[in-house]
Design a protein around this ligand. Structure first.
Ligand code: B16
Ligand code: MG
Length: 213
């Protein structure tokens, strides 16, 4: 195997799970606007930026909205979402994820985050990983969302490594695509586990310990 030196982790769905909170917050907004929204639509939002997610939800809207209205809706959703995130604590970080990260770090890998979420610093702080990663690249420092590779390229740059010596861990098809387009090998899990573009297919996060020795 190639000599990998760094790993860039997606956040939601990889390090922790805030799917349910995204769903509840979008559902609240969709209900208020009278737009049908279910788990199936929610699945399409995985890894996608906030504004792009809103556009997907509005596909089923009987009317159109101005950019200003859309920005208000996104803010409204985010306020509801952050209220739910406030309930998270270090107990929401699984022992498996913590132990695997510690093992990879001990083996000398540089560890970075590559997430579409603008709430990344808040989520990391809530789950007790506020100062853990060597670099955090997220929705706040990019102009193109996944499937664009920007967030991963910036993450690798922050840890001073080229994509060829970094792997990305992702749970969204949009993220796997971004990783591959950026020249990274990708370990896919969760919803995207069987994505053929990924090099490794994880049944569980701790499988990383058998790959990155
Ligand atoms: P925010 P990830 C993504 O995080 C989520 O999967 C996606 O559902 C969400 O819309 C996106 O972050 C933006 O989140 O509204 O908090 O900026 O999977 O890339 O870590
Ligand atoms: Mg994700």
């Amino acid at each position: 195997m190639k000599n990998y030196q760094g790993i860039v982790f997606d956040l939601d769905g990889v390090i922790c799970s805030t799917d349910r909170f995204h769903y509840l917050a979008w559902k609240k907004l969709a209900d208020r606007l009278g737009i049908p929204f279910d788990e199936q639509v929610n699945n399409r939002l995985r890894g996608v930026s906030r504004m792009d997610s809103l556009e997907i939800i509005l596909e089923k809207s009987p009317r159109t909205y101005t950019q200003e209205e859309k920005e208000k809706f996104a803010e409204e959703k985010n306020a509801a979402y952050r209220e739910l995130l406030g309930e998270m604590s270090p107990a929401d970080l699984s022992v498996e994820v913590r132990d695997t990260l510690d093992t990879l770090r001990f083996r000398g890998y540089l560890l970075a985050i590559g997430s579409s979420s603008k709430n990344t610093p808040f989520i990391l702080e809530r789950i007790g990983l506020g100062n853990y990663f060597d670099a955090v690249s997220d929705g706040n420092n990019i102009s193109h969302s996944k499937p664009d590779p920007e967030v991963f390229l910036k993450g690798a740059e922050m840890i001073g490594l080229d994509p060829e010596v970094c792997a990305v861990v992702e749970d969204a098809h949009a993220g796997v695509e971004g990783a591959v387009r950026g020249g990274f090998a990708c370990a896919a899990m969760g919803d995207a586990r069987d994505d053929p573009r990924a090099q490794w297919h994880l049944n569980s996060f701790s499988d990383l310990k058998d790959i990155f020795l």
